[in-house]
Design a protein around this ligand. Structure first.
Ligand code: VGL
Ligand code: ZN
Length: 207
């Protein structure tokens, strides 16, 4: 069975959001289009939400570093981010144009203030697992169509973990946009996902 997995289609990653991804809101209609297709074929639709307490230690405001700089958190390299996707705020809500009524299950990540969580499956230290893998297994899902924000962070790490867990992964490229702290990081991320086994497709190829 296949499922659609939408990554972090939240206000803070879209226009005027706290961690705005260039053209992030342009992928919302791609998400809606794919949800229609998956709903019509009775396939499961899941979505992740980046969901941080205001005290989250990945926030520059809670660190001794500046936004965009690299530091160390819990022994791991950590980019210091602006406050974003704070739980139960406007910024952590889905983009208003997303037809979120079609989403069967939301996976929250980044809830532990001590460690960041880019992947929908594990935190960045792989210390804890979300419920995503067990939900997929319970529903006999072995194939994932993944898209969302941001290509070079949460999409990339979700895709790499999915591949490592043995899922067949289609990355829907036109449904993704990146942070691009460096100019090539989204392209690099796509190449890395491809090298590790993801199949890169366009939304128009999905029937
Ligand atoms: C993300 C940075 C920090 C993402 C989340 O969704 O890609 N990036 N938190
Ligand atoms: Zn975050």
């Amino acid at each position: 069975m296949k499922a659609l997995l939408l990554i972090d289609l939240q206000n803070d990653f879209c226009k005027n959001g706290a961690l705005e991804v260039k053209d992030g809101d342009k992928v919302i209609f791609v998400g809606n289009l794919l949800m229609e297709k998956f709903k019509n074929s009775n396939n499961m639709i899941l979505a992740t939400k980046d969901w941080h307490p205001i005290t989250h230690k990945s926030f520059a405001s809670n660190s001794d570093g500046k936004i965009g700089e690299l530091g160390i958190l819990n022994g791991l390299p950590q980019v210091w981010w602006p406050n974003h996707c704070v739980e139960n705020t406007k910024g952590s809500e889905f983009h208003p144009n997303l037809n979120s009524k079609y989403i069967d299950k939301i996976i929250f990540k980044g809830t532990n203030k001590e460690i960041d969580s880019y992947s929908g499956f594990f935190d960045n230290g792989k210390l804890n697992k979300t419920e995503l893998d067990s939900i997929l297994k319970k529903n006999n899902i072995d194939t994932l169509y993944i898209m969302g924000l941001a290509t070079d962070f949460c999409v990339k790490f979700t895709v790499l973990d999915a591949l490592q867990l043995g899922y067949k992964v289609y990355l829907v490229e036109d449904g993704c946009r990146g942070v691009n702290l460096t100019p090539n990081s989204s392209l690099d991320a796509i190449n890395e996902m491809k090298e590790k086994g993801a199949i890169i497709i366009n939304s128009s190829e999905i029937l």
